[in-house]
Design a protein around this ligand. Structure first.
Ligand code: ACG
Length: 479
């Protein structure tokens, strides 16, 4: 399991209101107490942007988070707790403030070749795949390709010298102590067709690029962890994931949430069968990166229209599946936040440590909108309180930790009787049945002995174990 950490909103170590390395270092015990095996650190390289995805120096960290020494200390202390740390690395573009870009605008080589300048007027008609936005920006009279907008001109990997440059970047961060990378926007390396003048993914060229980058890292450190961000349908996700070893399972995230929200057990079964079809076999060529939300999405409780039982039920399902689970900071508190196209960025709000909203380490770079003080959502209000969202969330994480083998397991069967979904999982000699009750009433379980409750309620009636509404349990089936 990995914890997706947005440093700026987490814990402030120097009193400037912004989360930083030294603050997060102080909270490593907290992160470890969630039973995760590692941290996915959202971008921390030098960048003028709050999200960090537009970099101005690939060999330095953002000074608001500390310096390289602070980063190293954070990594050393994480490793002492056996936490792995993965760096989110956006290689597809830079900030327009990057020295490379300024030199490119001035016509200096090789930088001029590292960005894509308009060659034909009709290229201006190209539109972004998913929302029809234009993809060219005029910088002081020169048009440059900018798929993600004017704040991030795309790098042009037609230039081989850029490949070499990025290998140096990878070497640098591996030697700084990172255990791996989350490669941002992996399908976008080559996504503009020079022949047709339109946005078009060139998957085979992208894959060739990533093969070369991952091989470079593996030659330095064979156990490097790679996770690809390819937000697309299952066939495309599949293609890339094989190179990286772990691929975020976007289709699963979307299908699972939709099925739970509409309380549609048939869709849930269908989703498990289609989005995890590789896990129905014993041999697989990559691991499914299972998640429900990330920083580009509406938070879980908000997705579930404020229904915390539905949110925890989704988590329980996710954490009983083969693959590697990821969850986003603040989800453990049940923080809310709607992601929308107007970039209100509610989903990036400060982690709320204190009930009154103030105290040591509390970040304050952004006003709390959705997750208000005195609302009972803070860590302080929920920690150690039986039945709180936080404690229930942690209980599900604990189950996963105690059954780490599920990561490698095979789904032998999925069945549905009424609202009850049963998953039969196995790995070597181990066998487990997982029961999820998506129905609206209690159901009896056909189990040999008392099942283990992950979430919700379990009772006994006339010698039979009964699982409550929106509850999940694990046991050994009768049959
Ligand atoms: C990453 C980061 C994100 C970051 C960037 C840029 C990339 O996580 O925080 O933005 O560095 C697309 C890209 C992703 C990108 C997201 C934000 N995420 O592919 O790499 O945008 C469709 C498209 C996807 C698209 C998605 C989201 O296919 O390509 O993701 O929509 O809009 C079904 C379909 C699936 C479809 C979905 C959703 O599942 O199968 O194809 O996905 O429905 O409709 C950051 C900032 C930005 C800034 C940028 C520079 O957040 O504000 O501009 O950096």
């Amino acid at each position: 399991m990995f914890y997706e950490l947005y440093l700026r909103s987490f814990y402030d170590g120097n009193g400037d209101g912004l989360g930083d390395f030294s603050g997060a270092r102080e909270q490593l015990d907290y992160i470890a107490s969630l039973n995760v095996e590692g941290i996915w650190l959202l971008p921390v390289l030098q960048s003028p942007a709050y999200h960090g995805y537009s970099v101005t120096d690939f060999f330095n960290v953002n000074p608001v988070y500390g310096d390289l020494k602070d980063l190293r200390n954070f990594l050393i202390d994480a490793h002492k707790r056996e936490l792995k740390v993965i760096l989110d690395l956006p290689l597809n573009h830079t900030s327009p403030g990057h020295d490379w870009f300024l030199r490119a605008l001035a016509g200096e080589r090789p930088y001029r070749d590292w960005y894509l300048f308009l060659e034909r007027e009709e290229w201006l008609n190209a539109r972004r795949h998913w929302d029809g936005e234009q993809v060219w920006t005029n910088y002081s009279g020169q048009w440059v390709y900018t798929l993600f907008g004017p704040g991030s001109p795309d790098l042009n990997y037609e230039s081989r010298s850029l490949w070499q440059q990025m290998k140096e970047v990878l070497t640098f961060w591996l030697s700084a102590g990172f255990d791996g990378f989350r490669f941002d926007a992996a399908k976008h390396i080559f996504d503009f067709s020079l022949e047709k003048g339109i946005c078009e993914y060139q998957h085979s060229r992208n894959i060739a690029f990533w093969k070369e980058m991952t091989s470079h890292c593996r030659a330095i450190s064979p156990d490097t962890i790679f996770i690809s961000e390819v937000w697309d349908d299952a066939r495309i996700v599949d293609m890339y994931s094989r190179i990286f070893g772990i691929g975020f399972n976007f289709p699963l995230a979307e299908d699972l949430k939709r099925a739970v929200l509409s309380r549609d057990g048939d869709s849930l079964v269908q989703s498990l069968k289609s989005d995890l079809k590789r896990n129905f076999r014993s041999k697989r060529s990559y691991e499914s990166g299972n998640f429900l939300t990330n920083h580009d999405m509406t938070r879980l409780v908000s997705t579930m229209a404020g229904n915390k039982n539905l949110a925890l039920f989704s988590l329980a399902v996710l954490l009983t599946l083969p693959g590697i689970p990821f969850f986003y900071y603040g989800e453990e508190l049940g923080m809310e936040g709607v992601y929308d196209l107007f970039f209100n960025e509610e989903q990036l709000e400060p982690y709320l440590w204190y009930e009154n909203g103030y105290g040591l380490g509390q970040t304050e770079w952004k006003a709390l909108g959705k997750n208000k003080p005195h609302s009972g959502i803070s860590y302080e209000a929920q920690f150690g309180k039986p039945g709180s969202y936080f404690e229930r969330f942690k209980n599900i994480l604990k189950f996963r930790k105690e059954n780490e083998w599920l990561r490698f397991s095979t789904i032998n069967n999925v069945t549905k009787k009424g609202g009850l979904i049963e998953l039969s999982l196995g790995y070597n000699e181990k066998r487990l049945s997982i029961y999820h009750n998506l129905g609206r009433s209690k159901v009896s379980l056909e189990v040999k002995s008392e099942p283990l409750l992950l979430n919700g309620t379990l009772s006994k009636y006339r010698g039979k174990w009964r699982l409550g509404e929106l509850s999940s349990a694990a046991g050994v089936s009768d049959s």
